[in-house]
Design a protein around this ligand. Sequence first.
Ligand code: AMP
Length: 299
Amino acid sequence: MSLVIIGSVAFDTVRTPWGDRERIVGGSVPYCSLAASFFTRPRIVGVVGRDFPRKTLALLKSRGVDLRGLRIKAGKTFFWEGKYEDDPNKRTTLRTDLNVYADFRPEIPEAYRGSRIVYLANLNPEHHAFVLSQFRKPAVVAMDTIRLWIDTKREALLRELGRVDIYFANDEEARMITGESNLVAAGRALVRLGPSLVLLKKGEHGALVFGRDFVFGVLAHPCEHVIDPTGAGDSFAGGFLGYLAGREGLHLRDVRRAAVYGSVLASFTIEDFGLGRLETLDAGLVEARFRQFRKMSTF
Ligand code: AMP
Protein backbone atom coordinates (compact mmCIF):
# COMPACT_ATOMS: atom_id res chain seq x y z
CA MET A 1 0.00 0.00 0.00
CA SER A 2 1.30 3.47 -0.78
CA LEU A 3 1.85 5.92 2.08
CA VAL A 4 1.59 9.72 1.87
CA ILE A 5 2.94 11.90 4.71
CA ILE A 6 1.72 15.49 4.93
CA GLY A 7 3.20 17.90 7.46
CA SER A 8 6.03 20.20 8.48
CA VAL A 9 9.59 20.40 7.22
CA ALA A 10 11.65 22.55 9.52
CA PHE A 11 14.81 24.00 10.92
CA ASP A 12 14.94 23.19 14.62
CA THR A 13 17.04 24.64 17.39
CA VAL A 14 17.11 22.19 20.26
CA ARG A 15 18.42 22.81 23.74
CA THR A 16 19.01 19.76 25.90
CA PRO A 17 20.97 19.12 29.11
CA TRP A 18 23.53 17.33 26.88
CA GLY A 19 24.11 20.21 24.49
CA ASP A 20 22.46 22.50 21.97
CA ARG A 21 22.12 22.38 18.19
CA GLU A 22 21.17 25.42 16.12
CA ARG A 23 19.04 25.21 12.97
CA ILE A 24 19.30 21.52 12.24
CA VAL A 25 16.81 19.92 9.88
CA GLY A 26 13.64 18.63 11.54
CA GLY A 27 9.88 18.68 11.12
CA SER A 28 7.40 15.83 11.13
CA VAL A 29 7.92 14.92 7.47
CA PRO A 30 11.70 14.27 7.44
CA TYR A 31 11.56 12.16 10.63
CA CYS A 32 8.49 10.23 9.57
CA SER A 33 9.56 9.60 5.98
CA LEU A 34 13.09 8.48 6.86
CA ALA A 35 11.68 6.06 9.43
CA ALA A 36 9.10 4.75 6.95
CA SER A 37 11.72 4.39 4.21
CA PHE A 38 12.94 1.14 5.80
CA PHE A 39 9.70 -0.54 4.69
CA THR A 40 8.22 1.42 1.78
CA ARG A 41 8.77 4.36 -0.57
CA PRO A 42 6.89 7.12 1.25
CA ARG A 43 5.45 10.07 -0.64
CA ILE A 44 5.74 13.42 1.07
CA VAL A 45 3.82 16.69 0.92
CA GLY A 46 5.24 19.83 2.51
CA VAL A 47 6.81 23.19 1.87
CA VAL A 48 10.29 24.59 2.42
CA GLY A 49 11.99 27.91 1.69
CA ARG A 50 14.91 28.43 -0.65
CA ASP A 51 17.21 28.26 2.37
CA PHE A 52 16.55 24.53 2.79
CA PRO A 53 19.66 22.36 2.31
CA ARG A 54 19.93 20.40 -0.95
CA LYS A 55 21.89 17.81 1.01
CA THR A 56 18.75 16.82 2.97
CA LEU A 57 16.71 16.53 -0.22
CA ALA A 58 19.44 14.30 -1.65
CA LEU A 59 19.41 12.17 1.51
CA LEU A 60 15.62 11.68 1.35
CA LYS A 61 15.82 10.85 -2.35
CA SER A 62 18.59 8.34 -1.77
CA ARG A 63 16.28 6.53 0.71
CA GLY A 64 13.54 6.24 -1.89
CA VAL A 65 11.36 9.07 -0.53
CA ASP A 66 9.13 10.53 -3.26
CA LEU A 67 9.62 14.32 -3.21
CA ARG A 68 7.14 15.31 -5.91
CA GLY A 69 4.80 16.82 -3.30
CA LEU A 70 7.47 19.00 -1.66
CA ARG A 71 7.23 22.64 -2.74
CA ILE A 72 10.20 24.97 -2.60
CA LYS A 73 8.92 28.52 -2.15
CA ALA A 74 10.59 31.92 -2.03
CA GLY A 75 11.05 32.71 1.67
CA LYS A 76 12.30 31.00 4.78
CA THR A 77 11.69 27.45 5.99
CA PHE A 78 9.52 26.90 9.10
CA PHE A 79 11.57 27.34 12.29
CA TRP A 80 10.99 25.79 15.71
CA GLU A 81 13.01 26.07 18.91
CA GLY A 82 12.49 23.83 21.91
CA LYS A 83 14.10 23.03 25.21
CA TYR A 84 14.25 19.85 27.28
CA GLU A 85 15.02 19.60 30.98
CA ASP A 86 16.23 16.41 32.65
CA ASP A 87 12.95 14.62 31.91
CA PRO A 88 13.12 13.90 28.16
CA ASN A 89 9.33 13.49 28.02
CA LYS A 90 8.79 17.15 28.81
CA ARG A 91 9.63 19.94 26.42
CA THR A 92 8.97 23.65 26.19
CA THR A 93 8.54 25.44 22.90
CA LEU A 94 10.62 28.62 22.99
CA ARG A 95 9.86 29.93 19.53
CA THR A 96 7.92 29.08 16.37
CA ASP A 97 8.35 31.05 13.11
CA LEU A 98 5.89 29.66 10.59
CA ASN A 99 7.53 31.43 7.61
CA VAL A 100 6.54 29.65 4.34
CA TYR A 101 4.47 27.16 6.38
CA ALA A 102 2.07 29.95 7.42
CA ASP A 103 -0.13 29.68 4.32
CA PHE A 104 0.53 25.99 3.64
CA ARG A 105 -2.55 24.62 1.86
CA PRO A 106 -1.32 21.14 0.96
CA GLU A 107 -1.79 20.41 -2.74
CA ILE A 108 -1.71 16.70 -3.43
CA PRO A 109 0.03 15.83 -6.72
CA GLU A 110 -2.11 13.83 -9.14
CA ALA A 111 0.32 10.93 -8.88
CA TYR A 112 -0.39 10.63 -5.13
CA ARG A 113 -4.18 10.82 -5.21
CA GLY A 114 -4.78 7.09 -5.37
CA SER A 115 -2.59 6.45 -2.28
CA ARG A 116 -3.96 3.97 0.27
CA ILE A 117 -2.55 5.32 3.55
CA VAL A 118 -2.68 9.04 4.31
CA TYR A 119 -0.90 10.45 7.35
CA LEU A 120 -1.85 13.95 8.50
CA ALA A 121 1.15 14.86 10.67
CA ASN A 122 0.43 17.71 13.08
CA LEU A 123 -1.72 19.58 10.58
CA ASN A 124 -4.22 22.21 11.58
CA PRO A 125 -7.37 20.05 11.92
CA GLU A 126 -9.35 22.69 10.03
CA HIS A 127 -7.28 21.80 6.93
CA HIS A 128 -7.92 18.06 7.05
CA ALA A 129 -11.10 18.13 4.97
CA PHE A 130 -9.41 20.09 2.17
CA VAL A 131 -6.47 17.68 2.11
CA LEU A 132 -8.56 14.51 2.25
CA SER A 133 -10.94 15.71 -0.45
CA GLN A 134 -8.04 15.45 -2.92
CA PHE A 135 -7.60 11.71 -2.40
CA ARG A 136 -9.73 9.19 -4.27
CA LYS A 137 -10.31 6.50 -1.67
CA PRO A 138 -7.65 6.02 0.99
CA ALA A 139 -7.97 2.75 2.90
CA VAL A 140 -6.47 4.22 6.07
CA VAL A 141 -6.33 7.80 7.33
CA ALA A 142 -4.02 8.45 10.27
CA MET A 143 -3.42 11.63 12.24
CA ASP A 144 -1.29 13.08 14.99
CA THR A 145 -1.72 16.36 16.79
CA ILE A 146 0.16 18.87 18.88
CA ARG A 147 -0.74 20.76 22.01
CA LEU A 148 -1.28 23.92 20.01
CA TRP A 149 -4.33 22.46 18.20
CA ILE A 150 -5.72 20.93 21.40
CA ASP A 151 -5.57 24.39 22.99
CA THR A 152 -6.82 26.41 20.04
CA LYS A 153 -8.88 24.13 17.72
CA ARG A 154 -10.44 21.66 20.10
CA GLU A 155 -13.78 21.43 18.34
CA ALA A 156 -12.26 20.80 14.90
CA LEU A 157 -9.87 18.29 16.44
CA LEU A 158 -12.69 16.28 18.04
CA ARG A 159 -14.60 16.30 14.76
CA GLU A 160 -11.54 14.96 12.89
CA LEU A 161 -11.02 12.23 15.49
CA GLY A 162 -14.47 11.02 14.53
CA ARG A 163 -13.31 10.53 10.93
CA VAL A 164 -9.85 8.99 11.07
CA ASP A 165 -8.85 5.34 11.43
CA ILE A 166 -5.64 5.75 13.41
CA TYR A 167 -4.69 8.36 15.96
CA PHE A 168 -1.20 8.85 17.46
CA ALA A 169 -1.05 10.69 20.77
CA ASN A 170 1.40 11.10 23.58
CA ASP A 171 0.35 10.76 27.20
CA GLU A 172 -0.03 14.50 27.77
CA GLU A 173 -2.19 14.96 24.65
CA ALA A 174 -4.37 11.97 25.55
CA ARG A 175 -5.00 13.38 29.01
CA MET A 176 -5.71 16.87 27.70
CA ILE A 177 -8.23 15.67 25.13
CA THR A 178 -10.12 13.23 27.31
CA GLY A 179 -9.74 14.75 30.76
CA GLU A 180 -8.80 11.25 32.03
CA SER A 181 -5.64 11.11 34.13
CA ASN A 182 -5.41 7.30 33.91
CA LEU A 183 -3.80 6.42 30.57
CA VAL A 184 -5.81 3.25 30.01
CA ALA A 185 -9.04 5.18 30.58
CA ALA A 186 -7.73 7.92 28.26
CA GLY A 187 -6.84 5.41 25.51
CA ARG A 188 -10.27 3.77 25.72
CA ALA A 189 -11.97 7.17 25.68
CA LEU A 190 -10.04 8.13 22.54
CA VAL A 191 -11.20 4.97 20.76
CA ARG A 192 -14.77 5.91 21.66
CA LEU A 193 -14.24 9.26 19.91
CA GLY A 194 -13.82 7.44 16.58
CA PRO A 195 -10.44 5.95 15.54
CA SER A 196 -10.35 2.15 15.33
CA LEU A 197 -6.73 2.27 16.55
CA VAL A 198 -5.17 4.63 19.07
CA LEU A 199 -1.40 4.58 19.55
CA LEU A 200 -0.60 6.07 22.89
CA LYS A 201 3.09 6.92 23.21
CA LYS A 202 4.60 7.02 26.67
CA GLY A 203 8.10 8.29 25.85
CA GLU A 204 10.76 6.19 27.54
CA HIS A 205 8.07 3.76 28.78
CA GLY A 206 6.96 2.58 25.33
CA ALA A 207 3.48 2.65 23.86
CA LEU A 208 0.00 1.22 24.27
CA VAL A 209 -2.15 0.25 21.30
CA PHE A 210 -5.90 0.46 21.84
CA GLY A 211 -8.47 -1.09 19.52
CA ARG A 212 -12.21 -1.62 19.87
CA ASP A 213 -11.72 -4.81 21.86
CA PHE A 214 -8.04 -5.15 22.63
CA VAL A 215 -5.08 -3.42 24.16
CA PHE A 216 -1.46 -4.21 23.37
CA GLY A 217 1.67 -2.92 25.09
CA VAL A 218 5.07 -2.24 23.53
CA LEU A 219 8.20 -1.58 25.52
CA ALA A 220 10.64 1.16 24.65
CA HIS A 221 14.26 0.22 23.96
CA PRO A 222 16.10 0.61 27.28
CA CYS A 223 18.22 3.66 26.47
CA GLU A 224 20.26 5.25 29.25
CA HIS A 225 21.44 8.21 27.21
CA VAL A 226 18.66 10.03 25.42
CA ILE A 227 20.48 12.71 23.43
CA ASP A 228 17.59 14.48 21.69
CA PRO A 229 13.97 13.29 21.98
CA THR A 230 12.80 15.52 19.09
CA GLY A 231 11.18 13.52 16.33
CA ALA A 232 10.56 10.40 18.42
CA GLY A 233 6.80 10.66 17.86
CA ASP A 234 7.17 11.20 14.12
CA SER A 235 9.65 8.33 13.83
CA PHE A 236 7.25 6.08 15.72
CA ALA A 237 4.47 6.98 13.26
CA GLY A 238 6.85 6.47 10.30
CA GLY A 239 7.95 3.03 11.47
CA PHE A 240 4.37 2.01 12.26
CA LEU A 241 2.73 3.24 9.06
CA GLY A 242 5.70 2.32 6.88
CA TYR A 243 5.52 -1.28 8.08
CA LEU A 244 1.75 -1.41 7.55
CA ALA A 245 2.19 0.02 4.05
CA GLY A 246 4.13 -3.13 3.23
CA ARG A 247 1.20 -5.33 4.36
CA GLU A 248 -2.43 -5.60 3.30
CA GLY A 249 -5.22 -4.38 5.57
CA LEU A 250 -5.02 -3.83 9.32
CA HIS A 251 -4.63 -7.34 10.70
CA LEU A 252 -3.94 -7.51 14.40
CA ARG A 253 -0.68 -9.42 13.98
CA ASP A 254 0.64 -6.76 11.59
CA VAL A 255 -0.57 -3.95 13.88
CA ARG A 256 1.40 -5.47 16.79
CA ARG A 257 4.55 -5.81 14.72
CA ALA A 258 4.08 -2.32 13.28
CA ALA A 259 3.92 -0.91 16.82
CA VAL A 260 7.19 -2.65 17.67
CA TYR A 261 8.83 -1.24 14.52
CA GLY A 262 7.51 2.21 15.50
CA SER A 263 9.16 1.86 18.87
CA VAL A 264 12.38 0.58 17.26
CA LEU A 265 12.67 3.56 14.88
CA ALA A 266 11.89 6.05 17.67
CA SER A 267 14.56 4.43 19.84
CA PHE A 268 17.20 5.12 17.19
CA THR A 269 16.12 8.73 16.57
CA ILE A 270 16.67 9.77 20.19
CA GLU A 271 20.26 8.50 20.21
CA ASP A 272 21.55 11.57 18.36
CA PHE A 273 20.54 15.14 17.55
CA GLY A 274 18.07 15.73 14.75
CA LEU A 275 18.13 13.26 11.88
CA GLY A 276 21.70 12.19 12.76
CA ARG A 277 20.94 8.62 13.77
CA LEU A 278 18.36 7.96 11.05
CA GLU A 279 20.92 9.12 8.47
CA THR A 280 23.44 6.46 9.39
CA LEU A 281 20.96 3.69 10.19
CA ASP A 282 20.64 0.61 7.99
CA ALA A 283 18.03 -2.11 7.64
CA GLY A 284 20.24 -4.71 9.38
CA LEU A 285 20.38 -2.61 12.56
CA VAL A 286 16.60 -2.10 12.46
CA GLU A 287 16.04 -5.86 12.24
CA ALA A 288 18.57 -6.57 15.00
CA ARG A 289 16.81 -4.20 17.38
CA PHE A 290 13.42 -5.65 16.40
CA ARG A 291 14.75 -9.07 17.49
CA GLN A 292 16.03 -7.55 20.74
CA PHE A 293 12.56 -6.20 21.43
CA ARG A 294 11.14 -9.66 20.93
CA LYS A 295 13.64 -11.19 23.36
CA MET A 296 12.98 -8.46 25.88
CA SER A 297 9.25 -9.13 26.01
CA THR A 298 9.05 -12.91 25.66
CA PHE A 299 8.48 -14.90 28.81
P1 AMP B 1 7.91 15.11 17.71
O1 AMP B 1 7.98 13.86 16.90
O2 AMP B 1 6.61 15.28 18.39
O3 AMP B 1 9.10 15.28 18.62
O4 AMP B 1 7.96 16.32 16.64
C1 AMP B 1 9.05 17.21 16.55
C2 AMP B 1 8.95 18.09 15.32
O5 AMP B 1 7.73 18.84 15.30
C3 AMP B 1 10.08 19.11 15.28
O6 AMP B 1 11.07 18.69 14.36
C4 AMP B 1 9.39 20.42 14.87
O7 AMP B 1 9.99 21.02 13.73
C5 AMP B 1 7.95 20.03 14.57
N1 AMP B 1 7.00 21.06 15.02
C6 AMP B 1 7.05 21.81 16.14
N2 AMP B 1 6.01 22.67 16.21
C7 AMP B 1 5.26 22.46 15.09
C8 AMP B 1 4.04 23.04 14.56
N3 AMP B 1 3.40 24.05 15.18
N4 AMP B 1 3.56 22.53 13.39
C9 AMP B 1 4.21 21.53 12.76
N5 AMP B 1 5.35 20.97 13.19
C10 AMP B 1 5.88 21.41 14.34
